[in-house]
Write a protein that binds this ligand. Sequence first.
Ligand SMILES: [Zn+2]
Length: 225
Amino acid sequence: MNLHFMGAAQEVTGSCYLMETKGLRFLVDCGMVQGGREAPARNRQPFGFDAKKIDFVLLTHAHIDHSGLLPKLTRAGFKGPIYTTSATADLLGVMLPDSAHIQEADAERAKRRSRRGKTTAASAPIYTMQDTRECLRQVQAVGYDDKHDPHPAVRCRFRDAGHILGSAIIEVWITESDIFWAPPLSRSGSLKAVRPQRSCSAGIWASQGDQSCAIRPSSRRPTFC
Ligand SMILES: [Zn+2]
């Protein structure tokens, strides 16, 4: 089993994890890098994996730094389902088209600048509204606390993370080990009405609590648990 940190390593945006196990490949999150001059160029870089070979995506929550490159993934050939909570699915229906609109507008502006002979950044959008519509058709909502099998070898459960509406800590059981993904959880900034749930023990923690990325042995409990 191989876990690859494709983003949000030594930074907090661009969350994207690739899990490879038993001929199966899936992502947890596919977020956009945000902030800093290099972010636009980094978001344009090809993925460090073959999107066509990703079987499915598990999405922790709707913030763009976790979901913003999903339409790019679809554009690159990903055909599988994107599993997330129903509230996150609803939010994606607003946020991803908005992201596509911003990119199409930026690309149009860049083209106009280019026609006037001014140097400009790349003039093609990372993804279009059409890519986003196709991507949204791949989204499948799952309920909190229900055990769900996205693949015969994988079982997962979305647990309330209390970060934003629909956010989830995702427990993933694979034959070889238990994995546990969490969106960033601030110590004081979580929604008061949504209490994070305690979760079960896991063999590996892939955590972004306190805006950092870490794998911790199961003997250590995360601060939000
Ligand atoms: Zn977030």
